[in-house]
Design a binder for this molecule. Structure first.
Ligand SMILES: CSC[C@H]1O[C@H](OP(=O)(O)O)[C@H](O)[C@@H]1O
Length: 349
């Protein structure tokens, strides 16, 4: 795919954009299942196509799912589809990231509150507001996260371990945890970014490595199982991860493999930092046990090249880290540390 538009400064093609060609409005998605080898865009003209892209992780990552949900309502309204039906399909496309239902709710409320002849326009305006707010949140989290790292890590430069993918591919801006890492890199404070491959879908190996390379970062990919030896060797100064849903008590759902990192970090006295916008905090979900963890097909685990293994497999897409293992949660409104229900409610207020 040629660059028919100028790439943003961070070099990553927009993960999602709204376009209005003569034949009608469309939602253009960078197909993340094809990265890093191919930059292919999916042009969604209906909600079913968008739901399929969400379920296949062609579009993924909590904050970006919020944008997809909101623009999905705008697309349904602009093309005269049943908006209420679209809202139900979109909100239930994936269960764990609260941002998806948040984005749907924002655009749906704007649509319902507008006069019929302005409803489609109102939904699009709200989707664009969600987009702009997420980009601003990303910038603010990068700043708050940078101050926190400066407090927690002394001695010259940061060696940061991250899991899954939390950059521009999950955001209206430069991401969540990755935006903090990017800011550290730009200020010359990043010694090393350790990138967990993040089995089974390899968001780290395929997406974070792609983003780190484009940013010119000093990064090294590792098998998820190798993280423990890095901690043991004293090679990790901090762990920075994203989130898909943060419960009212601070329990955090994130890509599977996050919880073991939190346990390792605690054992090795390494700060474990969650970076997430307040749109990822769900104060109506009381605790980690109440978070629905998406169970995906075992084939994602077993269908390895060059041939499927032909066996059953357990494949939760996320796990939940309890608040007592989290050093801090960085949001656009500030840092919660220690992680308490009161502290979380205060930044979401
Ligand atoms: C900060 S949002 C990125 C978040 O979403 C990822 O999940 P998925 O790739 O399944 O959408 C992962 O949990 C990341 O931390």
């Amino acid at each position: 795919m040629g660059d028919h538009f100028t790439r943003p400064e961070h070099g990553i093609i927009p993960a999602l954009r709204w376009e209005e060609p003569p034949e009608g409005p469309v939602l253009v998605l960078l197909d993340q299942t094809r990265l890093p080898h191919e930059e292919v865009e999916l042009v969604c003209t209906d909600v079913q196509a968008l739901v399929g892209a969400i379920r296949s992780l062609a579009v993924r990552g909590a904050p970006l799912l919020g944008l997809a949900g909101a623009y999905g309502i705008a697309l349904a309204a602009a093309r005269g589809y049943d908006v209420e039906e679209a809202a139900d399909l979109l909100a239930h496309a994936r269960p764990t990231a609260v941002n998806l239902e948040y984005g749907v709710r924002r655009a749906l409320r704007a649509y319902r509150q507008a006069a019929p002849e302005q409803a489609a326009s109102a939904a699009l305006t709200e989707a664009r507001a969600v987009h702009v707010e997420d980009a601003a949140a990303s910038r603010a989290m990068a700043e708050h996260g940078g101050h926190l790292l400066a407090e927690l890590v002394t001695g010259g430069g940061y060696r940061i371990l991250t899991h899954c993918n939390t950059g521009a591919l999950v955001s209206g801006g430069e991401g969540t945890a990755f935006a903090v890492v990017l800011a550290a890199h730009r200020s010359g404070e990043l010694r090393r970014l350790w990138v967990d491959e993040t089995r089974p879908l390899l968001q780290g190996a395929r997406l974070t490595a792609y983003e780190a390379a484009r940013a010119g970062m000093p990064y090294t990919l590792l098998a998820d199982n190798a993280a423990g030896s890095l901690f043991s060797a004293g090679e990790v100064d901090a762990v920075l991860v994203g989130a898909d849903r943060i419960a009212a008590d601070g329990a955090t759902a994130n890509k599977v493999g996050t919880y073991p990192l939190a346990v390792l970090a605690r054992h090795h006295h390494v700060p474990f930092i969650v970076v997430a916008p307040t749109t990822t905090v769900d104060l109506t979900t009381p605790d980690g046990a109440s978070i629905e963890v998406e169970q995906r097909s075992g084939s994602e685990v077993t269908d390895l090249a060059p041939s499927p293994l032909g066996t059953q497999a357990y494949n939760p897409a996320f796990d939940v880290t309890p608040p007592d293992l989290i050093t801090a949660i960085v949001t656009e409104n500030g840092v919660v540390s220690p992680v308490t229900a009161g502290g979380l409610a205060a930044v979401c207020g």
